[in-house]
Design a protein around this ligand. Structure first.
Ligand code: PA5
Length: 340
């Protein structure tokens, strides 16, 4: 695939987020998905482009659900996993070694498990364990399957009595479909500001921490650039001191502040002052406000804008957003090392 074809393909996938969400959210759940019970913990296992769905679900539940949600991005599951844990393993390919390792450990604990994948070893293992498998369409990059993965995960959590997501999904689908063309135009302008610059994405709420992470991962993988994220108010207690140095780096850094209507008023004020303090040392700063009513719509509004910025930045810099050769190379090297 050449660069132009890669751009067209990734843009289509990014613009298709509402359709993916709608399709996944309306599919029937497979038999065996556990229902409401006295859950002690929810653990969502996954890496990279698959893990972000777990982070979003976690951030939605932090404010609405008494059951703690742990996002596990590692080989080992946390000690909090017990028979009263619902563990969801998310791996688009089904072949990610950290996720497979965590899933195998989970089998030994007797916790309730659900798998979301397009196939691979994870699907095979889960079927052998008689665990429910939600199969998502294969053949696209994992990060471009956000709608399929998140749209599958939320109904599982709802079925287990851990939240009400149906209305939020409907609102998000409508908002994203209605606003995507305008966001694309905005993304073209924002991407032009990021050429040869370091993006520093500042989030101002727990919900928007996920959107900031999505910006970073999408800028890394689609535009193939480094990106830094930081969280307010914590940022004000350490990183603010280091801001502006090294001076050459700061002068080439664009600060992107993400805000939403639930941003604490004091955190909003903090962002304003950080931007004022940083004004001289930094290239420039922009503030972006989440749209939508529900938390899901808000987090996805800024995530989709970030996705579009990453694709437009790839186009402007002549980069093909589709391949992630270094990830592939690392996975091949690690697979070889396992066999040696
Ligand atoms: O975007 C990517 O390709 C990666 O971040 C993958 O999502 C990550 O390596 C995990 O793979 P998978 O999503 O197939 O489990």
């Amino acid at each position: 695939m050449d660069t132009a074809a890669g751009y067209a393909a990734m843009l289509e996938l990014v613009m298709g987020l509402p359709e993916q969400l709608a399709e996944a959210g309306t599919r029937c759940l497979p038999a065996g998905i556990p229902g409401r019970r006295g859950w002690s913990t929810v653990v969502v296992v996954g890496m990279g482009g698959s893990a972000i769905s777990g982070d979003i679900a976690r951030s939605l539940m932090l404010d609405s659900c008494a059951v703690p949600v742990i996002s596990c991005r590692d080989y080992d599951i946390p000690a909090a996993v017990t028979k009263r844990t619902l563990l969801v393993a998310l791996s688009y390919s089904g072949n990610t070694e950290e996720t497979l390792s965590a899933y195998r450990q989970a089998v030994g604990t007797g916790c309730r498990r659900v798998v979301v994948t397009s196939g691979g070893e994870l699907a095979r293992l889960a079927r052998a364990e008689h665990d429910p498998v939600i199969a998502v369409p294969s053949g696209i990059p994992p990060r471009a399957a956000l709608g399929y993965l998140l749209g599958s995960l939320l109904p599982v959590l709802e079925h287990a009595g851990l939240g009400e997501f149906r209305g939020q999904l409907d609102e998000a689908v409508g908002l994203l479909a209605a606003r995507r063309d305008a966001w694309r135009r905005r993304a073209v302008t924002l991407a032009a500001r990021l050429v040869d610059r370091l993006p520093l994405v500042l989030s101002t709420s727990r919900l928007l921490d996920c959107a900031a992470d999505r910006w970073r991962c999408q800028l890394n993988e689609n535009a193939k650039v480094i990106c830094h994220t930081s969280r307010l108010p914590e940022h004000n207690h350490n990183e603010v001191v280091g801001m502006g140095r090294p001076a050459e780096l700061a002068q080439r850094t664009v600060i992107i502040g993400l805000l939403e209507r639930e941003t604490h008023p004091r955190t909003s004020l903090r962002l304003r002052h950080v931007l004022a303090i940083a004004r001289d040392g930094y290239e420039q700063a922009v503030r972006l406000r989440a749209e939508g009513r529900s938390p899901l719509a808000r987090v996805l509004s800024l995530s989709m804008l970030g996705d579009l910025v990453s694709v437009e930045l790839a186009r402007l810099t002549g980069v093909d957003p589709m391949p992630v050769r270094r990830i592939d190379k690392l996975k091949r090297r690690l697979a070889r090392a396992r066999r040696e």
